[in-house]
Design a protein around this ligand. Structure first.
Ligand SMILES: Nc1ncnc2c1ncn2[C@@H]1O[C@H](COP(=O)(O)OP(=O)(O)OP(=O)(O)O)[C@@H](O)[C@H]1O
Ligand SMILES: [Mg+2]
Length: 258
């Protein structure tokens, strides 16, 4: 029996990024190559200045490489115009930021729909999809809440639901748990694991070993190069019961806060 071929969410080859300043050229990425198969869960780590944000900006189609290729599906992002970049960014990449980046005036469902709005795709269907995603992240009873009426963990769950509304190639999470306490960090990591178990591809930048331990693979950068790229040994995996319990506790905590 033939195994089903693994599809790639992203293929990166010899990616380089040089920033040209007045007196010098900073080689922020010096030729980075790796594949991200669909369903992978990658933590990008490395010391300050090693190139993490630079790589994240390239993966998120926020910037163009100086050299190299980045295949997203069948398309080489490195060859795209600015307009093509913003289209692919809005349509096929799910961003989750440290600071949630929700719109204060919009409700939970409306925030989740924002990427569809930018694509001009708001339909009756998209409202249903948004409600479904809100329920999936445990906010089905808070559809009309505004961000200020939600805890940090709940706000980040809205952001995660929003990141999925476009059916992205991958979720790109930038220090997604950086603003959260340890209990809420667990809540978000349990959600990431559940999504990844369901086949979603996740690429996250983190400073914390504790967080990276939940990924399947760590890519560590040093001076703009890959120092190592290896599977996580003794990966921390939540059991189904733990995931349920964490979601239940989060719900109880937020009810008592209402
Ligand atoms: N816009 C820019 N112009 C010039 N140099 C830059 C620019 N952005 C980043 N750099 C330089 O590129 C290198 C990599 O920076 P980058 O921000 O990618 O590191 P990082 O790993 O994200 O660090 P941190 O953990 O501090 O966020 C650094 O030497 C930085 O000074
Ligand atoms: Mg950075």
């Amino acid at each position: 029996m033939n195994a089903k071929p693994t599809r790639m969410a992203a293929v990166i080859r010899d990616l380089q990024k040089h920033y040209v300043l007045k007196s010098e050229t900073v080689r922020a990425l010096r030729g980075v190559s790796f594949d991200v198969p669909e369903g992978d869960y990658v933590a990008i780590m490395g010391p300050s200045g090693s190139g993490k944000s630079t790589l994240l900006n390239l993966l998120g189609c926020l910037d163009q490489p100086t050299h190299g290729s980045f295949l997203l599906g069948d398309e080489d992002v490195a060859q795209m115009t600015d307009d093509q970049l913003s289209t692919i960014r809005a349509s096929r990449i799910g961003f989750v930021f440290q600071s949630y980046n929700l719109i204060a005036q919009l409700s939970v469902v409306e925030n989740i729909e924002v990427p569809l709005y930018y694509m001009g795709n708001l339909t009756a269907q998209s409202r249903l999809r948004s409600i479904e995603l809100a329920s999936m992240v445990g906010l089905g009873e808070r559809l009309d809440h505004r961000p200020a009426q939600l805890s940090g963990g709940q706000q980040q769950r809205v952001a995660i639901a929003r990141s999925l509304v476009n059916d992205p190639y991958f979720i790109l999470a930038d220090e997604a748990t950086g603003n959260l306490d340890s209990v809420t960090t667990e809540e978000i990591l349990a959600l990431f694991q559940r999504l990844n178990d369901e086949g979603k591809t996740i690429i996250m930048v983190t400073h914390e070993d504790e967080v990276a331990q939940h990924a399947k693979r760590v890519i560590r950068l040093r001076d703009g190069e890959i120092q190592f790229d290896k599977p996580v040994v003794d990966r921390k995996v939540f059991t189904a019961e733990q995931i349920q319990e964490i979601a239940h506790n989060a719900d109880v905590a937020s009810r008592s806060a209402d």
